[in-house]
Design a protein around this ligand. Structure first.
Ligand code: NAD
Length: 366
């Protein structure tokens, strides 16, 4: 590897620094083990940055992120910042970073280890072994479309928004979706509402056109209302789903909750060159911060996603995913995924990180 690839690490607030410390241990280990040539730089971000610099996204952090190949984020926010000026709150820093880096593709896997299936609100057999990926368009659609507003019409107020996608926006997310499907089970389901919405009609037409370059991937289409139903009826039928901003917002939350374990789920937001920001889907969990009991596995799995989707190191990614599966099988549980079964070993954040490191070192997972 000629030039070191740069990873910027943003621990953030609350449990952020605790879970990131474990993610970093895993990253360093696979870096050494697989000779990945990665260098890391830790930057201040979120509430911590507001406390120290008066802004959640200091220029130095933004510049480091711009230059990085990938970013690993813990979590930001907390009640302490609820009274801060709105545009200086930690969440604004996060939105600003996503916008600055043009992270248009949001990947949310919903993965449920068979041993944790009882955490789901669905029947064990419906979700055990669930492994689906939702790809949500993140920077377009009805959340950004113009015109929008509330105005007086015919003597009463009306509210309106515009769901709009250009051909190039659809093409961009569709290409990414086919690429991701190729790295998984090669099945892609595009979710739209083409029976009612013209914007969806165009969406479907472009997805079909992009498919010509990805004939090895099986493409299907589903209306969003049916997709919502199928997600709770038979979620294991899906491999990768791609959809617009608003449909993805709703479906990805539903899919995440199928797994019932917020401390286990990673995510990624990618730009058009594949650069990405990787983070657990959960927040800074102020209620348990400082207690050493936060589950670091969502962060560790975010490291695996980073290796797979930005750094193109699938073998290293799989070794981490296998190590996580192995510690779950061995019965290691942070309190959020503990059920009280006799075979379980209740562990702290650090002990869980160490268990993953041990599984990686033992080679059983490589
Ligand atoms: P949260 O995800 O922080 O916590 C919800 C519940 O899940 C809490 O009971 C928490 O203890 C638990 N939990 C979360 N992560 C866990 C983990 N790794 N291990 C064990 N338990 C875990 O959501 P919230 O309480 O609504 O938000 C807290 C703060 O986080 C808010 O300031 C919010 O704005 C912020 N937030 C940040 C992000 C982010 O950084 N991307 C995302 C969501 C919320």
């Amino acid at each position: 590897m000629s030039e070191a690839r740069k990873i910027v690490i943003l621990p953030g607030d609350g449990i952020g620094p605790e879970i990131i410390a474990e993610g970093e241990k895993v990253l360093q280990l696979v870096n050494d083990k697989h000779n990945l040539g990665l260098s890391t730089q830790t930057c201040i971000f979120g509430g911590a940055a507001y406390d120290e610099h008066g802004t959640p996204l200091p220029e130095s952090t933004l510049n480091a992120c711009r230059e990085a190949d990938a970013i690993l984020l813990g979590a930001i926010g907390g009640p302490k910042y609820d009274t801060a000026p709105r545009d200086l709150r930690p969440e604004r820093g996060l939105l600003g970073l996503r916008a600055e880096l043009k992270l248009f593709a949001n990947l949310r896997p919903a993965l449920l280890y068979p041993e944790l299936a009882d955490a789901s609100s669905l029947k064990h057999e419906l979700v055990a072994g669930l492994d689906l990926m939702i790809l949500r368009e993140l920077t377009g659609g009805i959340y950004f479309g113009q015109p929008r507003g509330i105005e007086e019409r015919g003597g009463e107020r009306v509210g309106f928004n515009t769901m709009v996608y250009s051909e190039s926006e659809i093409r961009q997310i569709a290409v990414r979706a086919f690429e991701i499907a190729r790295q998984r089970g090669s099945r892609l389901c595009s979710v739209d509402k083409a029976n009612v919405l013209e914007v969806s009609e165009l969406w479907r037409e472009i997805v079909i056109d992009v498919h010509k370059d990805y004939q090895d991937v099986e493409l299907s289409h589903m209306y969003v209302d049916n997709a919502a139903m199928q997600l709770v009826r038979a979620p294991k039928q899906f491999d990768v789903m791609v959809t617009s901003n608003i449909f993805g917002d709703i479906l990805s939350d539903a899919a995440a909750m199928l797994t019932g374990s917020i401390g286990m789920l990673p995510s990624a937001s990618l730009d058009d060159a594949g650069k990405g920001m990787y983070e657990p889907i959960h927040g800074s969990a102020p209620d348990i911060a400082g207690q050493g009991i936060a589950n670091p596995l969502a962060t560790i799995l975010s490291v695996a996603m980073m290796l797979r989707y930005t750094l193109n190191e699938p073998e290293a990614a799989s070794s981490i995913e296998d190590a996580v599966a192995s510690v779950i099988t061995q019965g290691y549980r942070c309190p959020d995924i503990a059920t009280g079964d006799s075979g379980e070993k209740q562990v702290t954040t650090v002990q869980m990180g160490e268990a993953v490191v041990a599984a990686l070192q033992s080679g059983a997972s490589s």
